[in-house]
Design a protein around this ligand. Structure first.
Ligand SMILES: Nc1ncnc2c1ncn2[C@@H]1O[C@H](COP(=O)(O)OP(=O)(O)OP(=O)(O)O)[C@@H](O)[C@H]1O
Length: 239
């Protein structure tokens, strides 16, 4: 379970400070799915990175199962990332010279898996995303969303308790986009993961049971029933 309290994140760049997150309180229960939406530059990726223990807040706490990631020494934070948090982001995290199987296996190196155990786990993860037959290929040989499936396998191979995805369907279209979404949905349901996803995809936003909207570094969360009710009352007022 995630519990964020008073989280701020200030970046410093040439033009001065940028407050990417400005006091975020947020709870995401075990096994829950949260969709995060907001305009460009509103702080979505920053929020996801902090949930993933990639970087630290300027102030506030980011607790995962009662442990404040913001306060952990670097080595312990790296261990939490390696063991508990699967992160699906851009395909550029993949190594082009390694085979599909080896790419997945690299996520297990910090956990001390070697040789046969690593290959076996990686093969299982590939099978679970439909890439079992492509283990010896190079990532660039994959087609039709295959690279995204590979990124998902790499996030899942450690059997994390949390899955974080930043625009997982961002550059995909049509059937390929739908297949990747179905895969993520299946993975979430079958594995009981806590799943947080940043997306611009309007269909995903519309169907989300729980939606966090970020504007100017502030987050508001609405449950689906509540959202339907609000839309209903807006429509009623228009009649
Ligand atoms: N490393 C950084 N250094 C300086 N400013 C940054 C850095 N990362 C993000 N920012 C700034 O923080 C703000 C929030 O950025 P962030 O990437 O979290 O937003 P976003 O909602 O994910 O945007 P997008 O939808 O465009 O990806 C933006 O103004 C951005 O320019």
């Amino acid at each position: 379970m995630y519990e964020l309290r008073g989280v701020t994140k200030r970046y410093w760049c040439g033009a001065g400070p940028v407050d990417a997150l400005a006091g975020v309180d947020l709870v995401v229960g075990d096994g829950h799915r949260l969709v995060v939406q907001g305009p460009a530059g509103s702080g979505k990726s920053t929020l996801l990175r902090l949930l993933g223990g990639r970087g630290r807040p300027t102030s506030g706490s980011v607790e995962l199962d009662g442990t404040d990631l913001a306060a952990l020494p670097e080595a312990r934070l790296a261990a939490v990332r390696a063991e508990s948090i699967g992160y699906v982001c851009e395909d550029r995290d993949l190594s082009p010279a390694l085979s599909v199987l080896e790419n997945v296996g690299t996520a297990l190196a910090p956990l001390g898996f070697g040789g046969a155990a690593r290959r076996e786990r990686a093969a299982d993860a590939l099978e679970s995303v439909g890439l079992g037959a492509f283990a010896t290929r190079l990532p660039r040989e994959l087609r039709d969303g295959g690279m995204r499936r590979l990124a998902i396998a790499r996030a899942l191979v450690k059997r994390p308790k949390v899955l974080l995805a930043d625009e997982p369907t961002g550059d995909l279209e049509g059937a390929v986009r739908d297949e990747i979404m179905e895969l993520l949905e299946e993975v979430w349901k079958e594995r009981g993961l806590t799943f947080v996803m940043v997306t611009h995809d309007s269909a995903l936003v519309r169907d989300a049971p729980r939606l966090a909207v970020i504007r100017g570094g502030r987050v508001s969360v609405a449950e689906n029933a509540e959202r339907r009710e609000r839309i209903g009352s807006i429509r009623a007022n228009l009649r």
